[in-house]
Design a protein around this ligand. Structure first.
Ligand SMILES: Nc1ncnc2c1ncn2[C@@H]1O[C@H](COP(=O)(O)OP(=O)(O)O)[C@@H](O)[C@H]1O
Ligand SMILES: [Mg+2]
Length: 237
């Protein structure tokens, strides 16, 4: 097998609460290998450490011990600037509550990631943002503000924004958590289609079996350990 795109090798993550009190260890000696273009669902009870896992895998949070790799590189060997560039250019994040900027239009929100490298977004990237908006079915909404969109539409904008720099890996944290059944179905379909079309590896945390079932692999995080998840259960988004 070729080297994974992203990997956790014996990763432990411990939080020592700032105000004192007992430490929390959501990840204990966790191994995970994510291949280019694959799709993985991470399920597990609330508070198990799923968000923490995504943050560590995406280079937002350094592990207490163990190694996090992206494209073979040990992230702890990168300085802040190189790490920020890697996150910006190669990893897309979609959060549960989309985190769009309310004062910016939909198109401007898509262009935010491009401003890290450019003071003014190059025309080719504006074209790409418009193409992605069309892809998520929101061309007509380019000049609207997030407050004028439904929850499902905002999540689609957040997915388009995460893809604007053509990342190799998309990390989605309960992306359908705030959506009703029909909108959740649409977003799940969109994530799977983009995973295939753009060959972007997709790691999604979800409580919803409907999304987990669409991923190629399902893992469960519980008591600090990540294991293959079988029956994904039933229920709504
Ligand atoms: N910055 C932090 N400092 C201390 N504890 C934290 C911090 N972030 C998360 N935790 C704790 O780590 C555990 C896992 O949190 P999280 O990854 O958000 O779980 P999940 O996403 O599975 O609900 C929880 O007990 C949470 O309270
Ligand atoms: Mg979470």
């Amino acid at each position: 097998m070729s080297a994974p795109l992203a990997a956790l090798e014996g990763v432990t993550l411990r939080f020592a609460p700032a105000g004192g009190g007992p430490e929390v260890t959501p990840l204990v000696d966790v191994d995970l290998a994510v291949a280019a273009g694959e799709s993985v669902a991470v399920v597990g009870p609330s508070g198990a450490g799923k968000t923490t896992l995504l943050h560590v895998l995406g280079g937002l949070l350094p592990p207490t011990s163990g190694v996090v790799r992206f494209d073979g590189r040990d992230l702890s060997t990168l300085d802040e600037r190189a790490l920020a560039a890697l996150r910006n250019e190669r990893i897309g994040f979609v959060f549960q509550q989309h985190h769009l900027l309310p004062q910016c239009t939909v198109l401007e929100n898509l262009l935010v990631p491009t401003l890290v490298r450019h003071r003014r977004t190059p025309a080719a990237l504006v074209d790409r943002a418009r193409e992605l908006l069309a892809r998520v079915g929101l061309s007509e909404r380019a000049d609207h503000r997030p407050g004028e969109l439904s929850g499902g539409e905002c999540q689609r904008v957040a997915v388009a924004r995460a893809l604007v720099l053509d990342p190799d890996m998309l990390l989605a944290d309960e992306p359908t958590g705030a959506l009703d059944g029909e909108n959740a179905e649409h977003l799940a379909d969109l994530l799977v289609e983009l995973n295939v079309e753009r060959r972007v590896a997709l790691v999604t945390v979800t409580h919803w079996p409907g999304l987990a079932a669409r991923m190629r692999r399902r893992l469960a995080l519980r008591d600090g350990a990540l294991r293959p998840a079988d029956g994904v259960g039933a229920g709504g988004p």
